[in-house]
Design a protein around this ligand. Structure first.
Ligand code: KG4
Ligand code: ZN
Length: 335
C-alpha cells in the first residue's frame, strides 16, 4: 500500500511520520527543543530553527526505518510538509529538506497547512469518522471553531479576535510564576482548586462564534493584584473554568445552529482535562460522537501532516517545487 512521509517543523517540534492510504499511522517520531526554550518562557525562533537543522535528518531516517523503509531510497508515494503557518525560519528548514528529498527520490511533494493537519488528527485514530463534524481547534497559536463537511472541506465559523487559548494559558502561567508551557501546569493545579474563588468574566464577542481571551487575561491580573490571599490553585481553577466556559458556550451555539454527527477537539489545548470532559458532555447532550484525540495526537506531530498529504495526493493536489513558506497561511484560504 502506498505510504506518505510527513514532515513537521513549524514550531519547536521536529517530527516525521509515515501514514498509509487508509490513514493508519505506520511510524511517528517527534523530537522537541522545548527544554531549550523553557528559561525564556516561550519558543525562541532562532533556537527552534537551529534545532530543526540538526534534528530533522535523523528524525526522518528513524521514521522511515521504523516503517520498514529504506532511509536512502524509500518506497513512498509522496512527501507532505508543513509550509505554514508557523515560524518562518523553522518552516524553511522542513520545506527545503522536503523539496530536496522529493527531488532525490523522484516523488511528488505537497505543502500542507499546519491547521488543516490538526483537523486530520481525529481521523488517524477513528477511521469511522462521520461528517459533518464540528471541530474546536485550540492551540498555542490559534483558536477557532471549524465546520468540516468532509476531509479537506472546512468552513471556519469563528476564531479568536486577540490571543489564542494556549497563549492565554501560557501568559497567565507566566504571571503566576509557573513554568512553560503553562497549559499543563495550570490544568494540573486547577484540579486542586475551587473555580468560584475568583469572580472572572466569561468573554463574549459580538460575533456568534468568534473567541476572545485578552479581557480575561487582564481580569486575572487585576483580580490577583486585588486579592493577594487567593490560593494559586484557586486562581488556576477560576481561570480554567472561565476559558472552558467560553469555549463550550460557543461550541454549544454552533451545535444548535448546525446539524452535525460529531464534535472533535484538536490542537495542544485539546489536552485540557476540563475541556475534554465538557466536550464529552456536550456530545452526549446532542446525541453525537465526541472525538477526543489522544494527548500525543493533540499536540504537534507529523502524522497529521502526512494524513493531510494522503488526502491532497488522493485528489491530485501536489505542490510545485517553487512553493515558498507562508508564516501567516490562513486555514480559510486552504482550498
Ligand atoms: O498545538 P500545540 O502543541 O502547538 C501549537 O501549534 O501552538 O499547542 C501548544 C499549546 C501551549 O500553549 C500549551 O500551553 C497548550 O497547548 N496546552 C494546554 C494543555 N496542554 C498543552 N493548555 C491547556 N491545558 C492543557 N492540558
Ligand atoms: Zn499546532
Amino acid at each position: 500500500m502506498p505510504v506518505v512521509l510527513g514532515i513537521e517543523t513549524s514550531c519547536d517540534e521536529t517530527a516525521a511520520a509515515v501514514v498509509d492510504g487508509q490513514y493508519h499511522v505506520v511510524s511517528s517520531v517527534i523530537e522537541s527543543s522545548i527544554d531549550q526554550h523553557r528559561a525564556f518562557g516561550g519558543v525562541v525562533p532562532e533556537l527552534a530553527g537551529r534545532a530543526h537543522v540538526t534534528t530533522l535528518g535523523p528524525v526522518v531516517a528513524r521514521a522511515l526505518h521504523d516503517a520498514g523503509l529504506d532511509p536512502h531510497d524509500p518506497a513512498i508515494a509522496g512527501i507532505a510538509v508543513t509550509s505554514g503557518p508557523g515560524l518562518i525560519g523553522s518552516l524553511l528548514v522542513g520545506l527545503s529538506a522536503a523539496k530536496a528529498w522529493a527531488l532525490a527520490w523522484n516523488v511528488p511533494f505537497i505543502g500542507v497547512n499546519h491547521l488543516e493537519g490538526h483537523l486530520f488528527a481525529p481521523l488517524l485514530e477513528r477511521s469511522d469518522l462521520e461528517w459533518p463534524l464540528l471541530t474546536l481547534l485550540v492551540s498555542g497559536g490559534h483558536s477557532m471553531i471549524v465546520l468540516q463537511h468532509g476531509p479537506g472541506q472546512h468552513e471556519v465559523l469563528g476564531e479568536t479576535i486577540d490571543d489564542a487559548a494556549g497563549e492565554a494559558y501560557d501568559k497567565i502561567a507566566r504571571w503566576l510564576g509557573l513554568g512553560y508551557p503553562g497549559g499543563p501546569e495550570i490544568d494540573h493545579l486547577a484540579r486542586q482548586g475551587t473555580a468560584g474563588a475568583l469572580k472572572l468574566p466569561v468573554s463574549m464577542t459580538g460575533s456568534d462564534f468568534d473567541l476572545s481571551f485578552s479581557g480575561l487575561k487582564t481580569a486575572v491580573v487585576r483580580a490577583t493584584q486585588k486579592h493577594e490571599d487567593v490560593a494559586l490553585a484557586d486562581v488556576a481553577a477560576s481561570f480554567q473554568a472561565a476559558v472552558c466556559e467560553q469555549l463550550l458556550r460557543k461550541l454549544r451555539g454552533a451545535m444548535q445552529k448546525y446539524e452535525v454527527r460529531g464534535v472533535a477537539l484538536a490542537g495542544g489545548v485539546a489536552a485540557n482535562s476540563l475541556l475534554r470532559a465538557g466536550v464529552d458532555e456536550l456530545a452526549g447532550e446532542f446525541g453525537v460522537v465526541a472525538h477526543l484525540p489522544t494527548l500525543a495526537m493533540c499536540t504537534d506531530n507529523a502524522a497529521m501532516i502526512a494524513a493531510a498529504g494522503v488526502y491532497r495526493l488522493g485528489v491530485g493536489q501536489t505542490s510545485d517545487l517553487s512553493l515558498s513558506a507562508d508564516p501567516n497561511w490562513q486555514l480559510a484560504d486552504v482550498r
